[in-house]
Design a protein around this ligand. Structure first.
Ligand code: DQA
Length: 141
């Protein structure tokens, strides 16, 4: 039987507020409508979506899918710049992780220029709005 490719999308802190949060930086679209459209565009991929504002919950989710899914697309939000624990979790699992950002972090404050986890990721996509997530998905195809 044909098995669907499984891709986990993880959004970290404050990304539950997409559409309401700083629309000049992050746009007007909430993640749920984008996610529904993504699922329609890629019917052969089994997507799972997880969002948490809690560092340990993000780590638990990486452990949960990181030995069975084909890919993880992760926007760790501000934890990108601070979390040794999430960086370690990415190194600990087998599933490749793509780091994504909606905004171009290199065009913003200096503290956003450094990612704790980038060296453990397969690649980074930053600055394409919600399209960043789709470009990451395409990289797994
Ligand atoms: C972000 C960029 C981060 O610096 C910020 O803390 C976020 C969102 C982005 O998607 O552009 O929460 O990851």
């Amino acid at each position: 039987m044909f098995e669907c490719m499984k891709i986990q999308i993880i959004n970290g802190p404050n990304l539950n507020l997409l559409g309401k949060r700083e629309p000049g930086v992050y746009g007007n679209e909430g993640f749920e409508s984008f996610f529904a459209a993504l699922q329609t565009r890629y019917p052969n991929i089994e997507f799972q979506y997880f969002q948490s504002n809690v560092e340990g919950e993000i780590i638990n989710q990486l452990h949960e899918v990181g030995f069975s899914f084909e890919g993880i697309v992760m926007n760790a939000g501000a934890y990108t710049h601070t979390s040794v624990a999430i960086a370690d979790a990415i190194a600990a699992i087998n599933t490749p992780v793509i780091e994504v950002h909606i905004s171009n972090v290199y065009a913003r404050e200096e503290f956003r220029h450094h990612s704790m986890m980038a060296k453990n990721c397969k690649g980074i996509i930053t600055g394409f709005g919600l399209l960043s997530y789709e470009l990451a998905v395409q990289s797994f195809l």
